[in-house]
Design a protein around this ligand. Structure first.
Ligand code: SF4
Length: 239
């Protein structure tokens, strides 16, 4: 396993992983319980948005989780009469939003907003507001280049993966190839079959977190929940 790319809230790694197993782990990302605002009482809303729209927006604000086993039930308040945009950072309570600058609504001078919300922990399979992030994967490619490869492919690749050295075309980093096939199409248009993309046994897996828990925890937890379900099935079968 190798880390191919790591940036804020996202990691991409390569692994020799069966596609069906990778897909099962991907599906179990939405089985990890995370926190979101679930019940909302609005006692004042002078803003131009309907109560229902504000409730919807509040539900989609990712909330920081101090531990994976948070159960929810915390009260949060949003009370303001400040003129201008009301942001997620205006929500007060023990649980904090992951991002402070998510706009909720807007108030004019003299307008007020008074809201009490209650959090709940649940799964993305119940509602997408409980989704901790995304996971997707693709095959890593071996790129075979024939000697007659036209030099135009260097500019055809949107990811700039080709280079020429001494008139010879080579690949800078095969692991970054996203199989767009622009290079293959260009060769085809020129009546050549100079480039062949060969899928390897390895997958490039990307996990992206919405911020409630880390991308590493998403992958580990998805595996743990999948294991628990499989053990349950095994127990039932052996009865
Ligand atoms: S398939 Fe697309 S990304 Fe991969 S090398 Fe060819 S042009 Fe570049």
């Amino acid at each position: 396993m190798n880390i191919l790319n790591k940036k804020n809230n996202q990691i991409t790694f390569s692994a020799e992983l069966d596609e069906s197993l990778a897909n099962a782990i991907r599906r179990y990302v939405n089985k990890i319980p995370v926190l979101a605002i679930d019940e909302v009482e609005i006692s004042k809303n002078d803003s131009p948005l309907y109560d229902e729209t504000i409730v919807h927006r509040l539900g989609l604000i990712p909330l920081k989780m101090n531990k994976l086993s948070e159960k929810g039930g915390e009260k949060l308040t949003l009370v303001t009469n400040r003129e201008g945009i009301v942001y997620s950072g205006d929500i007060k309570g023990k649980i904090k939003p992951v991002y402070d600058k998510i706009p909720i609504t807007v108030l004019k001078k003299g307008q007020e907003l008074e809201i009490v919300a209650t959090t709940k922990a649940s799964e993305g399979s119940e509602h997408s507001k409980f989704s901790p992030g995304l996971m997707f994967y693709r095959n890593l490619m071996k790129i075979k280049i024939d000697k007659d490869c036209p030099k135009e492919v260097v500019n055809a690749c949107p990811l700039k993966l080709f280079k020429t050295e001494g008139g010879k075309i080579s690949v800078v980093d095969e692991n970054k190839c996203d199989m767009c096939e622009a290079c293959v199409d260009l060769c085809r248009k020129m009546g050549k079959k100079s480039i062949e993309l060969i899928p390897t046994e390895e997958l490039a897996v990307t996990v992206e977190s919405f911020g409630q828990i880390s991308e590493g925890d998403i992958f580990k937890e998805a595996i743990d929940v999948l294991k628990e379900d499989l053990e349950e099935v095994a127990k039932k079968i052996s009865k």
